[in-house]
Design a protein around this ligand. Structure first.
Ligand code: PMP
Length: 415
């Protein structure tokens, strides 16, 4: 075992030790990395995948405003504006409406961590990756997780949901509104009533659908709703709006145990966002100041344009894209047009083609991102996202042109 007497320093004179000591704190042994001496380079790309999406110049500019303190009164005012913008986008009057300092996953974890206690039953509808992810999050925090599983693109009838709720008696039921891995927009009407009847909270993910397809948090009796910033909202990634109604607040503020996460604890976050009725906002964490500026600007654009117009535009441009894809001989993955997610369109991988090669070709020759499947839809689909700022027929034409070029040049037999 190690002993101080074995140290190579034992027996050295005081002055040598002093010199060594001085050297050990002042001399840099790891030089500045060469990459850091080169300027930042960021290519211009068409982000026509499932997100992040291209960000309008106005939103980019808002993120470059001077930093102010996260606890300055001006910042509180900006956060209050964000809260109002989210209430409009979600169509809710919920007071407990905030933005997470983090991506969509932060909102997913915040929802589950705050309303579920270890050992409680949670029911998750899985029809793509997002249900799988929420099931894993709930399992990690010790919930008793039950899943209803369908292949990507599948959806659940109200009868199937009610039967599963009756069987598992969950405190929380999770559904993805815009299943971006499959391109499905799940019907929501009536499910909130079923959840209320069985004393269960209804949690809905709208990361990929908010602003692109209608959602009405209050009218549809959704107890917890969240989204992300980087899709149809067109803000940079890194903030995630979330809202809890009174039923959800009652559950989360009457727990026996503390939530496992300090950062995501709504007792603190509700104070930070001025939602707890307390006039003093205490320090909890340092919010992403520039990210909040950009989120505010993107919500302002949505408010100016109007939700109905945003929904109409996504429907119009996606219909135009479907027609162009079918003209190219491609097959839409979701057969029922009414169930297609207007922000992210999925196509079946064309026979005789390698999807990775096609996507690589499109990136190389058109500087355009489209993506393959995700989780259970890998190898089943290719995904084209035209959201918010990118949701224009001219962009659909660009995407169709790139796909036509890839179809011409990537046929497997030619490789
Ligand atoms: N839910 C859905 C439906 C999504 O599309 C995404 C992002 N692709 C997420 C959740 C996770 O969001 P983030 O990547 O911002 O953490």
């Amino acid at each position: 075992s190690w002993s101080a007497l074995d140290s190579p320093l034992v027996g050295r004179s005081a002055s040598v030790l002093q010199r060594m000591d001085h050297r050990s704190v002042s001399s840099v042994t790891i030089p500045p990395p060469a990459c850091m001496l080169r300027p930042l380079e960021v290519p211009m790309r068409y982000l026509f995948g499932p997100g992040p999406s291209n960000v309008p110049p106005r939103v980019l500019a808002s993120g470059s405003r001077p930093i102010i303190g996260h606890l300055h009164p001006e910042m509180y005012e900006i956060m209050n504006d964000i809260k109002k913008g989210i209430q409009y986008a979600f169509q809710t009057e919920n007071n407990m409406t905030i933005s997470m300092s983090g991506s969509g996953h932060a909102a997913m974890e915040c929802a589950v961590f705050n309303v579920v206690e270890p050992g409680e039953s949670v029911l998750v509808a899985v029809n793509g990756i997002w249900g799988e992810r929420v099931a894993e999050i709930a399992e990690r925090m010790g919930a008793n997780v039950h899943t209803m599983v369908k292949a990507p693109g599948g959806y659940y009838t109200k009868e199937e949901i009610e039967q599963a709720i009756e069987k598992h008696k969950p405190v929380l039921f999770f559904l993805t509104h815009g299943e971006s891995s499959a391109g499905l927009c799940h019907p929501v009407d009536g499910i909130g009533d079923i959840c209320r009847k069985h004393n269960c909270l209804f949690l809905v993910d709208t990361v990929a659908s908010l602003g692109a397809a209608p959602i009405f948090m209050d009218k549809q009796k959704i107890d917890i709703l969240y989204t992300g910033s980087q899709k149809a909202l067109n803000a940079p990634p890194g903030t995630a709006p979330i809202s809890f109604n009174d039923r959800a607040c009652y559950k989360m503020f009457n727990r026996k145990t503390k939530p496992i996460s300090y950062l995501f604890d709504m007792t603190h976050l509700s104070n930070y966002w001025g939602c707890d009725g307390n006039t003093v906002r205490a320090y909890h964490h340092t919010g992403p100041v520039s990210g909040f500026f950009a989120l505010r600007e993107s919500l302002a654009i949505l408010a100016e344009k109007g939700l109905e117009e945003s929904w109409r535009k996504h429907k119009e441009v996606s219909a135009y894209l479907y027609k162009g894809l079918e003209d190219l001989g491609l097959k839409l993955f979701i057969p029922d047009r009414d169930l297609r997610l207007p922000s992210v369109t999925t196509i079946a991988i064309p026979e005789g083609y390698d999807w990775r090669e096609m996507l690589g070709y499109i990136m190389k020759h058109h500087q355009m991102e489209m993506t393959g499947g995700l989780g259970p839809s890998i190898g089943m689909v290719m995904r084209i996202g035209l959201m918010g700022y990118n949701c224009e027929k001219t962009n659909a034409d660009k995407a169709l042109h790139a796909l036509a070029d890839a179809l011409k040049n990537c046929k497997k037999s030619k490789a």
